[in-house]
Design a protein around this ligand. Sequence first.
Ligand code: AHM
Ligand code: MG
Length: 327
Amino acid sequence: MTKGMKFNDYLAGATNVKLAKLLEGMADGCKVISHMVNNAGLLDVLGSHDTTNVQGEEVQKLDDLTNKILMDYLRSSETCAGYVSEENEHLETINVNGTYTVAADPLDGSSNIEVAAPIGTIFCINERISLKGGDVVEADFLQKGKNAKAAGYFIYGSSTILVLTVGKGVNAFTLNTKDNEFYLSHPHIHIPAKGKIYSINQGNIEKFDDGLKDFLAHCSTVDKESSRPYSLRYIGSMIGDIHRNLLKGGIFIYPANKGETKGKLRLLYECIPMSFVTEQAGGEATDGNERILDLQPTGFHERSAIYIGSKNLVEKVGEFMRGSKAV
Ligand code: AHM
Ligand code: MG
């Protein structure tokens, strides 16, 4: 695998042809989404869709459009059996003879749409458990993250990049805007083991547990030996924050707060795929107690706290949370 190779050539060399077809469909759909995001201000796609999703959140026009685009392209891949997403309350059977299920957040960070900050599409792919020929069932989707067959995200930032794992490390492909093809730009991504960036909505600090407050005090305490204070970077787009930390080293935290006992982010199509990618890049991800990939999902839209990124920081915050560290 050489830097600069076309994503389609990478897929052509894959042993799992059905998974490759699904990934090709996903990438084609996200090229359309990328074009829409890049030209959002010129198209009639900005603003509210005037509906709320199953979680009671306001749906943006682009949330709705990207969800439909993704479903269309997954249908045409022929190997996708079923789909759940942040925008769909229930599962959808896509193709009764398909092999895989997809759980997706079609447009993560949608509050950033109007300000041209990075947003993205997150996906997790499982192999169905139910028999082919019939509709997909809940259990096809509600599998532990450690059983996922592939996961990744498309970030629509200053470049559009697909970051992908099929369980053999992490590779990233950048969309060339001249020929509209993805090319391998970041082979074998390894997250720096010692991160110096922390990403958290610190405006919520009054709602955090004491252990987490102590960790944040630790991050901003001056200590030359461990290169502190660390830098605080938070965009309000999980994809943007985690992508930066993946390349530069750092931790992203969305904790359980007093009002949100399981945090804000969704286990199935946000926490699990980002954790699969991060672990495959040599990092760690927990919900504060357990490894995210060991959690048994119990509902499509279930939430989870998440602590994800470089080993040194995920382990350090764990020590503070268990109360075994002083600032
Ligand atoms: P969304 O899926 O509705 O876009 O919400 C998820 C986003 C994440 O991308 C981001 O990390 C988080 O919400 C920001 O939340 P907050 O504004 O509470 O900090
Ligand atoms: Mg989201």
